[in-house]
Ligand binder design. Structure first.
Ligand code: HEM
Length: 428
């Protein structure tokens, strides 16, 4: 079993510099060089002008080829390629230490490394059979049926939050983030008075999903994840002596043999994935519906949520690595290829969605989007996210049909997560 030692300061600095250079520094250099040579993927991940509106670039990438091979990674914005790669066992996650050069592997396997959502043992960062074991443990609790039973509580909470907001308010901080963070805190059994702190840690750590962070950004992110982990470790200690009727207590007390790092990875991922994504669904949905007011009439909420997920996907991309020479939807891919899967681009593929640049809540096949991924890593919280999105948006617009922008909205600075930091609205 792995133990967590506290590194001394110099050791911690060296480890942080090593982790940054393996995950971000090298990619940053390669991307900057490739961008100057006109590489489309490099523009997507490092050009400021593509951050707020990546969609024209997705179209160029899709028009160029099913898989566009750039100088540092390949990418696809084709729905059929994206879906086939996500479902194929010839592809694995990109963070397997065995696939890395020895120096990077050494850094990533230190016991003192930061346990975060994109490095093992996070469920998102491991392949079967290790993945299957973690997934099974959590799926026992996260069943579609258990989530459906939460709908009443989600609706009640949406009403409580709307009772408290001022007539002019920032919809993100006072509504869109508070709803999912409260629900996931209740599921995990973490105290309600920690919610504001989780939101702060979560938004500071959100760039962890991007590639090519500067060293300063990386240190800020790393610091927030470590603070969350320290708090979680203390929480596990409390639950070991005084368990509750919640998911973390069950993970600790059931006979799972999960070590401290595995527990931190599972609880941290559920907490962060539980609100850092759904806040964007609610915020993006509110902004889209305010600017397409004509579509509010006769709208069917569950389909509207699918169209919001398709059109403004809260998670814009993921990546996979080819584990062997293979073919994906007829296109050959060499072993070792890193494939960036542009979810936001696949969701606007005209081969699947008619007139894909149009937001249309009545779109018959909106649900064919890949916003929750596909294959073994298909989002574990998809049914909860759908319930939260539907209840939050329906109650907002039914109660305040005239809700409208009250100032300029501010987008999040992240590329993988797409949403708003601030969305000022007037409710009546
Ligand atoms: C609109 C909201 C959400 C979106 C768009 C979203 C999107 C995603 C995506 C795209 C993945 C897979 C990434 C990949 O294939 O590499 C994923 C995985 C995951 N999501 Fe979500 N998610 C949302 C909400 C939630 C919620 C509410 C929870 C939990 C309460 C959650 C928990 C997870 C977990 C645990 C995984 C990892 C699954 C695995 O690796 O097997 N998500 N999500």
């Amino acid at each position: 079993m792995e133990t967590r030692e506290r590194p001394n300061r110099l050791h911690a600095e060296l480890l942080a510099a090593g982790s940054w250079s393996t995950r971000h520094g090298v990619a940053r250099l390669a991307m900057n060089r490739a961008r100057k040579q006109g590489d489309l993927q490099a523009r997507l991940f490092s050009d400021r002008s593509t951050r707020d509106d990546p969609f024209p670039l997705y179209t160029r990438i899709r028009d160029r080829a099913p898989i566009v091979r750039g100088s540092f990674l390949a990418a696809t914005a084709h729905h059929r390629i994206a879906e086939a790669a996500l479902r194929s066992d010839a592809f694995g996650v990109v963070s397997d230490p065995d696939a890395l050069p020895p120096a990077a592997r050494w850094v990533m396997t230190r016991p003192q490394r930061t346990i975060g959502p994109v490095t093992p043992p996070s469920m998102l960062a491991v392949d079967p059979p290790v993945h299957t074991r973690y997934r099974r443990l959590v799926s026992r609790v996260f069943t579609a049926r258990a989530m459906a039973s939460l709908r009443g509580r989600v609706g009640e909470l949406a009403d409580e939050l709307l009772d408290r907001v001022d007539p002019e308010t920032d919809l993100i901080s006072n509504y869109a983030s508070m709803l999912p963070v409260t629900i996931i805190a209740e599921i995990l059994g973490v105290p309600a008075d920690m919610r504001a702190q989780f939101v702060t840690w979560g938004s500071t750590a959100a760039p962890v999903l991007d590639i090519g962070l500067s060293y300063r950004e990386y240190r800020r992110v790393d610091h927030a994840i470590r603070a969350l982990n320290d708090w979680m470790s203390g929480h596990f200690a409390r639950l070991r002596s005084d368990p509750g009727d919640d998911l973390i207590s069950r993970l600790i007390h059931d006979d799972n043999d999960l070590d401290e790092n595995e527990l931190l990875a599972i609880a941290g991922l559920l907490l962060a994935a539980g609100f850092e994504t759904t806040v964007n669904l609610i915020g993006n949905g509110a902004a889209l519906l305010m600017s397409h007011r004509d579509q509010l009439d006769g709208l069917e909420w569950s389909n509207a949520v699918e169209e919001i997920l398709r059109y403004e996907s809260p998670v814009q991309n993921t990546a996979r690595r080819a584990l062997r020479d293979t073919e994906v939807a007829g296109v050959p891919v060499r072993k070792g290829t890193f494939l960036s899967i542009l979810i936001g681009g696949a969701n606007r593929d005209p081969a699947v969605f008619d007139d894909p640049e149009r937001f249309d809540v009545h779109r018959a096949n909106a649900r064919e989007h890949l916003a929750f991924s596909s294959g073994v890593h298909y989002c574990l919280g998809a049914s909860l996210a759908r319930i939260e999105g539907e209840e939050a948006l329906r109650r907002l617009f039914e109660r305040y049909p005239d809700v409208r922008p009250a100032g300029p909205a501010r987008r999040r600075p992240t590329r993988t997560l797409r949403g708003y930091d601030e969305l000022p609205v007037r409710l009546t």
